[in-house]
Design a binder for this molecule. Sequence first.
Ligand SMILES: [Zn+2]
Ligand SMILES: [Zn+2]
Length: 350
Amino acid sequence: MTHTKSRRLRLAALAFLGTASIIATSCSSPASDGAIPEVVTATEAGPATAEGDQMRVTLLGTASPVLNSRRMGPATLVQAGGLNLVFDAGRGAPLRLQQAGIPLGSIDGTFLTHFHSDHVNGLPDLWLTGFIPAFGGREGSFDVYGPTGTAHIANGLADTYDQDIKVRVADGEVKPETTKIVGHDFEHDGVVFDRNGVKVTMFEVQHDPKHAIEPAVGYRVDYRGHSALFSGDTIPVDNILKYGAGVDVMVHEVADFADRSKMATVFAHHTSPQQAGTIFAQTKPKMAVYSHIVNGIPGRVPGISEQELVDRTRETYQGPLTVGRDLNSFLITSDGVKATTIEPDNQYDN
Ligand SMILES: [Zn+2]
Ligand SMILES: [Zn+2]
């Protein structure tokens, strides 16, 4: 076994542990099954929960816009302080929430990073299905937070789907107050949500070199000394370093292709593995997580393997790393970060 491979496998063990455990496990034997250590293999029975001062981050969708049944569109669940918060609502977010054991009606806030459709197209489903009594029966309004333009989307959806609401209310199925969707616009960096000790801070990022795609933001969530950061779609910017310094879990986008010149414009709208590694090396998260993995287009532009994604990241970063897959879940406690995959509840599949 080469030194590089041995090191890679050893890092696998580290990837599941907080920094406090790293020294103790540095001599553990490498895995022998050839699996990529940065891919989570431990499973956990659902539903996903966080208790006391814990925070939990669960990946609901890790894809790019590519239609992939194993990877839904960008969406992440954060649980803390008795709240369920969703960051971006891409394709299939409600399906993954169901699989994680989270009733759709129990979402306390949804936060948008930007308005590319792959980050928003699960939003109407999350809102509409969430007020149907059989699937969660939300009692109050459905609240969406984000940069300026968020309220426009919320108001537009309310207008688009008003006939569904009209007939369900007339039919006696739902109460009108449970069908509301409310958008909350924020123009500047700062705290956009503060409840039960859970604070959500929005900050500007940069999606493309020409500033054509604006607004574009990321988020940091803080709760009782624990923290998580979501990069949104971005090229490397100082705000990720500023808000990501010392964060427990950093969920970062990444893009790469077998031949970068084949999709040079797309590549220029995202962060490469080497750049992400540099960001992780500077911010030192207890766990760096890739989600929103832009990795070629099947049949048109070849991507790279997960192993290659890891290898390219390892050129600039040696710390804890997970190549995210849907339903990977990161429990943040005072002991560090524990990574598992929530065993999906498929009770409706028959
Ligand atoms: Zn985007
Ligand atoms: Zn995107």
